[in-house]
Design a protein around this ligand. Structure first.
Ligand SMILES: [Zn+2]
Length: 430
């Protein structure tokens, strides 16, 4: 009897072996920018144990066949709490925070299924990004790893404020990120951090999607910008600066931000300063094509601003690329539907970026901007965040728009080894 029990115990242990061997025809070594044939990625729990060619004895094997393995992708600029996915219907009502949170959980799922296993939020109302992160970590919702920002920090009438309404309506407070002067700004930043922000999003110029007259006007004084950046740094947080116009970009760089979002009007001085300080450009450049596609649906003021900023942004992207400015992948998803994030790649490549560099921007470089070393490459001891595409992304960057396999932390969410009914909120861990 004892022997039977032992045998059963042994069977149970081996049948539920934590070690998994992932096989495929190809793997992209993002560090070297080359394809490796017939890789075996060995996964132990939520981490990669080794990358080689041997299948360990007793490992459970998932053979994905004719696909290319890559590290899970990063999007450094998302708004999961706004917008929707291509397959959800537009709302014909004004939703509140609960409506937006429910939609956000669908948006997060679509983002993960598109191969994005890590996102950095760049402005979310009602701390929906914080709640979403927690829900995902507890297997209550399905989605990527999230670095939440809370509300974006904006001056009164700035790009994070509600504009276009009569006085007294939809006015925001420092708790919602709208603040003026050092005292209010300190409170606004501390409030975001208190409720879970892990990055501070700072609006340094006007923008396209709002009723400000120009998209490029500088916002905040030097002193105000400095106060925000210093307070973020004291708390160990990085600062992402939304900036289209040159004057705002330069002011943000002088204040010590870590990334310039959009960066539509970079001049030589800005490029030199970004290089000297190691500041990243997060170009969100697919938007410049998207604005063209949907211009009929946009209010005239936004359409005109979008067209003007778009042409400049494409020139700036090329100039930054030529100068060797650090570039991290980001999309502004939410402004366009979630799950289409990978379209950014082909715009980057169209504008002159090498496919391997575009993929590095969404893996190694994004991890560096985020300040994490536990992911971004397929290598031993990294988190088992792994995706697969059918073709070779170095030959056809668009293959990244059709991700066929997604694993996050060793759990399969999409692909042949995923549960047949699709990923449950709490994925089965066998
Ligand atoms: Zn944005």
């Amino acid at each position: 009897m004892k022997r039977v029990l032992l045998a059963l115990l042994f069977f149970a242990l081996t049948a539920h072996a934590d070690v998994l061997a992932l096989r495929a025809k190809r793997m992209l070594d993002v560090e070297r920018g080359v394809i490796v044939n017939d890789p075996v990625v060995v996964i132990d729990g939520d981490h990669i144990k080794s990358v080689g060619r041997e299948v360990p004895k007793d490992a459970r094997v998932i053979d994905l066949g004719d696909v290319t393995l890559l590290p899970g992708l990063f999007d450094m600029h998302t708004h999961l709490s706004i917008g929707r996915t291509p397959d959800t219907k537009p709302a014909d009502y004004y939703g509140g925070p609960v409506d937006h949170a429910l939609q956000a959980s669908m948006n997060a799922r679509a983002t993960l299924m598109a191969g994005f296993t890590t996102v950095r939020e760049c402005g979310a109302n009602d701390f929906i990004d914080v709640a979403l992160k927690r829900a995902i970590e507890r297997d209550v919702a399905v989605g990527p790893r999230i670095t939440p920002s809370g509300y974006q920090i904006s001056m009164t009438g700035g790009h994070g404020d509600n504009t276009g309404y009569p006085p007294g309506e939809y006015e925001l407070t420092p708790k919602q990120g709208v603040a003026d002067g050092p005292e209010q700004l300190l409170y606004a930043v501390r409030y975001q951090i208190k409720y879970g922000a892990e990055v501070i999003k700072l609006m340094v110029t006007a923008g396209v999607m709002g009723y400000e007259r120009t998209a490029t006007a500088r916002q905040f004084s030097d002193e105000e910008l400095r106060v925000v950046v210093e307070e973020a740094k004291r708390n160990g947080l990085r600062v992402a600066a939304h900036a289209h116009g040159t004057e705002g970009i330069l002011a943000a760089l002088r204040a010590g931000v870590d990334s310039i979002e959009h960066g539509s009007m970079l001049n030589d001085e800005a490029i030199a300063m970004m290089k000297a300080k190691g500041v990243y450009l997060v170009p969100t450049i697919y938007l410049t094509e998207r604005d063209e596609e949907v211009k009929e649906e946009m209010p005239a003021v936004m359409r005109e601003k979008g067209a003007a900023v778009g042409a400049a942004a494409r020139r700036s992207f090329r100039a930054a690329l030529d100068a060797g400015v650090k570039i991290a992948f980001g999309t502004d998803a939410g402004v366009f539907p979630h799950g289409l994030n990978a379209r950014e790649f082909s715009t980057m490549v169209k504008l002159g970026m090498k496919p391997a560099d575009a993929i590095r921007a969404a893996t190694i470089s994004a991890a560096a901007l985020l300040g994490v070393s536990d992911r971004g490459a397929l290598a031993s001891s990294k988190l088992a965040d792994i995706i697969a595409v059918r073709g070779n992304p170095l030959d056809d960057i668009k293959t990244l728009e059709n991700v066929v396999f997604v694993m996050k932390g060793g759990v399969v969410f999409k692909g042949p080894a995923a549960p047949p009914s699709g990923p449950p909120a709490a994925p089965a861990r066998d």
